[in-house]
Every structure is written in structure tokens, then in C-alpha cells.
Design a protein around this ligand. Structure first.
Ligand code: CA
Length: 223
């Protein structure tokens, strides 16, 4: 899952990006409204954390512009504690959720998890596919209850497929959602990581759909 953090306070930006990276997401960062607006318009993010008070272009204008352009990714806004009008205007501009400042990073993480699973159409923070279970709260993967050790990149890949189980996900889509903007993107490496996940999980849940991409489905649920 690839996220965008737009926050002009450098310390806060760093803390947010650090906590989200530790939680297994790929994070791009912007420090003003113009830069953030551009990234959100051109890159496919799974969710955005958007400060309202930003230099060059304020957060509400950024959000309104994205929504007018049809950008539908979930957006969590950061609002000033006592500005209830920020929240109202934020929701009206197309925000999906908000966190007032100052906040606990844990709350932001929990809200991001909720936004991601809701936008994928799931009500729970655990994802199951046959005997394989992925818990987005703990970042743990088990097969029939036995823990499987995945690298952070393998986890991101499996998590993305879990969030989009039942539909074919192309390699290009995976590359766009698993690497940050500065990464040297090579879709061939995806095949390698899929191979490693298959081996570690030991259950056949990732099907290769020739010429199209990958499909996550319970074993025996072949197409
Ligand atoms: Ca600010």
C-alpha cells in the first residue's frame, strides 16, 4: 500500500512518514500544498494524509481540486484541535476522516488501516484467504495458525493482493502501489517476490493469470 503524507511541519511529517513506514506502508512525502496536490493528481495512492494548514495551497483547496478531477482515494485530514469548521469544510470537500492535532500516531495508524480496508470493501482488519490469514493491526501472517516470516516488501505485496482478493491485479498496478516515487521500478522483480511468498506460505493462493497479472483466491478456487 502506497501512501502520501502532506504536512509542512518537518518534524511532524517525519514522524508520520516514519510510523507509517514502520507499519509496512510505502510513503511519499510533500511539504506544501502545490507539491502534494501534484503528487496526488499524478500518482496512484491508496490513501492520503493531508494537513489543512499548508503553504502555497491550503489543504481544503487541494482536496476539492482532486475530487473535482475525479480522484477518489481515501483522504484523512489533519485539523486544528478547536476548529470544528475545519472538520465540516473538510468533509464537505471530500475528506473521509479526520484527526485533530495534536494526535497520537497510533490513532492515525488505526484510522489509516480503517480507510484502507473500507475502500477495499472490508469491515474487519483481518484478511483471510483459505488457511492464510493476514492481520493488518499486527502485520502478522499465519497459515493454519502458524506464523510465516515475510520481509516488509513481501508483506506489502501480499497485503495489497489480500485487499484486492478476487480480482486480477496487474504487475504495473503492483509496482505503482508497492514502490515510492524515487524507486527504480522494474516489474520483473514482482515475479520474484511472488515466488518467494508462494514458497514461504506453502499454499497455492496466488494464481498467475497469463498476460494480465495475479489473482488471490483460496486454493482449489482455480479459474
Ligand atoms: Ca500545517
Amino acid at each position: 500500500m502506497r501512501l502520501l503524507v502532506i504536512e509542512d511541519d518537518p518534524d511532524l511529517n517525519r514522524q508520520l512518514a516514519g510510523a507509517l513506514t514502520d507499519a509496512g506502508y510505502v510513503v511519499d512525502r510533500a511539504f506544501d500544498g502545490e507539491e502534494g496536490h501534484y503528487l496526488g493528481e499524478t500518482e496512484p495512492y491508496d490513501a492520503v494524509i493531508l494537513d489543512i494548514g499548508l503553504p502555497k495551497m491550503d489543504g481544503l483547496s487541494v482536496l476539492e481540486s482532486w475530487r473535482r478531477a475525479g480522484r477518489a482515494m481515501p483522504v484523512l485530514i489533519l485539523t486544528a484541535r478547536d476548529r470544528w469548521s475545519d472538520k465540516v469544510q473538510g468533509f464537505d470537500a471530500g475528506a473521509d476522516d479526520y484527526v485533530p492535532k495534536p494526535f497520537h500516531l497510533e490513532e492515525v495508524l488505526a484510522r489509516v488501516r480503517a480507510l484502507l480496508r473500507r475502500s477495499a470493501g472490508h469491515a474487519r482488519s483481518e484478511f483471510n484467504c483459505g488457511p492464510v490469514r493476514l492481520d493488518t493491526r499486527t502485520g502478522r501472517v499465519t497459515v493454519e495458525g502458524n506464523p510465516v516470516k515475510l520481509t516488509s516488501h513481501e508483506y506489502r505485496l501480499l497485503s495489497y493482493l489480500m485487499h484486492h482478493a478476487g480480482r486480477v491485479v496487474s504487475r504495473t498496478e503492483l509496482v505503482e502501489h508497492l514502490y515510492d516515487q524515487d524507486f527504480d521500478r522494474d516489474s520483473n522483480t514482482i515475479e520474484v517476490f511472488v515466488g518467494r511468498i508462494r514458497k514461504k506460505v506453502g499454499v497455492d493462493i496466488i494464481q498467475t493469470v497469463r498476460g494480465l497479472g495475479y489473482l488471490l483466491a483460496p486454493p482449489g478456487d482455480a479459474r
